[in-house]
Design a protein around this ligand. Structure first.
Ligand code: ZN
Length: 479
């Protein structure tokens, strides 16, 4: 048994050291490996399969709203990047440059895209002429490069995978509607598919995307009480159109500037999934995005009939559309159990000679470890129902954690006390002044996460300066 438990013992406990626990899990569950390129990782099959499920579910949601996929170049000429000054300033510290092609120095430096607003704008300039050409709701799946100083697998890496949607519209109202629509697509995806509850809101001027008129965001709370920005959606108004010259002839024959949006979700969601759902035995993956939903583990598989029966169960579950694997390796059942738990597979089926005799098998939930005995002739339906239950319960458990770690402060004293003793979201009123936001960051290491759409007046004054308050803000320490 000591040998069986070894796999789990290699993970640091969450309570002891959350950061080390996270690093242990991504390694032991074989999601990633480090490489000789600093700040860049290999995403291994177990990690990439999760990303593929995220991609396909998101892509489906995008297409339901009329989005089409395209692909634009990896490189951006320096002169093109410099056309919009706010964007340049925002990204300058973390841009990687190509200065040489083969043996020849380049006439003009090329930056490796940190994001593609500039290229999309340059493209739309030539592609949009009339109101009949609008809207264009384009998205690309690609990788981008940001030269981060400190990196962590999935949360912050120099190259990461994402999708970036870029749309162009005839009116301000349309671009605003698209910005909000995509935020809601992200929020629904996070909650329904990833079982991660989110707070929807708007970023403050200080925290919004460089060059945006407004940035909307969904914010999630990790198990350790730190916040994570999950999917921002930006409205650019006609700012980029003016900088890049995207004009069209409207119905009234007038030449007008177009309105744009952009929105992106990244492999960071895998980090969010790990930190919201994981436990001391490893990953816990929500069924909808789990590459393997059920692992069938035969017990005493050398006994007559056991392996055959287990194989039959696996085939039947697969026939019912459940992503199933059979572990018929010669490792001990205990080792197989802890490996299945480490990998976060939502259900394992335990099946031994006695079960076979009784015409039964045992389903074990990864999230709660609860066991339920089912008749073999009902196993497919029972597993399908249980996957739905797990998906639902994981969201509710995460929601309960978020609610339990959301604190409201009505005065400066309360804000100071709560933020120094608790970890979570801090709800407090703000006057709207950048100076107070800066001071809160300097004094407590806390940033504004968002101005939630669901506003509430919890007190009359700003928790920093005591002047009349304008907004309720969610504050927190963030990854
Ligand atoms: Zn204030």
């Amino acid at each position: 048994m000591a040998k069986d438990k070894k796999l789990v013992e290699q993970i640091t406990s969450m309570e002891e050291d959350f950061a080390q626990w996270y690093t242990d899990v991504v390694k032991k569950a074989e999601l990633i490996d480090y490489t000789s390129v600093k700040g860049c990782m290999v995403i291994k099959p177990a990690g990439y399969a999760i990303w593929e499920n995220i991609q396909s579910l998101l892509d489906h949601r995008f297409k339901e709203t009329g989005v089409q996929n395209v692909y634009l170049p990896l490189f951006i000429p320096e002169s093109l990047l410099r056309k919009e000054s706010e964007l340049v300033q925002g990204f300058a510290p973390e841009v990687a440059w190509v200065t040489q092609g083969g043996e020849e120095p380049l006439q003009e430096r090329l930056c490796v895209r940190p994001t593609s607003e500039t290229l999309f704008s340059d493209f739309y300039k030539n592609d949009v002429h009339s109101y009949r050409d609008l809207p264009k709701n384009y998205n690309q799946w690609c990788s981008v490069v940001r030269w981060e100083k400190t990196t962590r697998p999935f949360l912050r890496s120099r190259e990461f995978l994402w999708q970036e949607g870029h749309t162009v519209h005839a009116t301000k109202e349309e671009s605003e509607a698209r910005t909000q629509l995509m935020l809601n697509v992200y929020a629904d995806f996070a909650e329904e598919d990833m079982a991660i509850p989110v707070v929807r809101g708007q970023k403050t001027e200080k925290e919004k995307f460089a060059g945006a008129v407004a940035t909307y965001t969904i914010e999630a709370l990790m198990h350790d009480g730190q916040a994570l920005q999950c999917g921002p959606s930006h409205n650019f108004g006609d700012k980029f159109a003016r900088a890049y010259g995207i004009q069209f002839t409207d119905k009234d024959n007038q030449l007008k500037y177009a309105y744009q949006t952009s929105w992106g979700m990244t492999t960071r969601m895998i980090g969010a999934m790990i930190m919201v759902h994981g436990d001391d035995s490893g990953l816990v993956i929500p069924p909808r995005i789990a590459p393997v939903q059920v692992m069938v583990i035969p017990i005493q598989q050398k006994k007559e009939g056991v392996l055959e029966a287990a194989t039959k169960i696996a085939e039947e579950l697969a026939d019912h559309g459940i992503r199933t694997r059979l572990d018929d390796s010669d490792k001990s059942p205990g080792w197989k159990f802890s490996e299945q738990e480490m990998r976060g597979i939502p259900i394992r089926v335990e099946m031994g000679p006695k079960d076979l005799e009784a015409g039964k098998a045992v389903l074990v939930r990864r999230d709660t470890r609860a066991k339920v005995e089912v008749n073999l002739n009902e196993i497919a339906q029972a597993a399908a129902d249980l996957l739905n239950t797990i998906q639902h319960d994981m969201l509710e458990k995460a929601r309960a954690h978020q609610i339990a770690h959301t604190y409201t402060a009505t005065s400066k004293e309360e804000f100071e006390k709560i933020s120094s003793t608790e970890h979570g979201f801090f709800r407090a009123m703000w006057c709207g002044d950048r100076a107070c936001e800066d001071k809160i960051k300097d004094d407590y290491g806390i940033t504004s996460r968002c101005i939630p759409f669901a506003q509430e007046k919890v007190s009359d004054v700003c928790v920093c300066c005591g002047k009349p308050a304008k907004h309720l803000v969610y504050w927190g320490r963030a990854y």
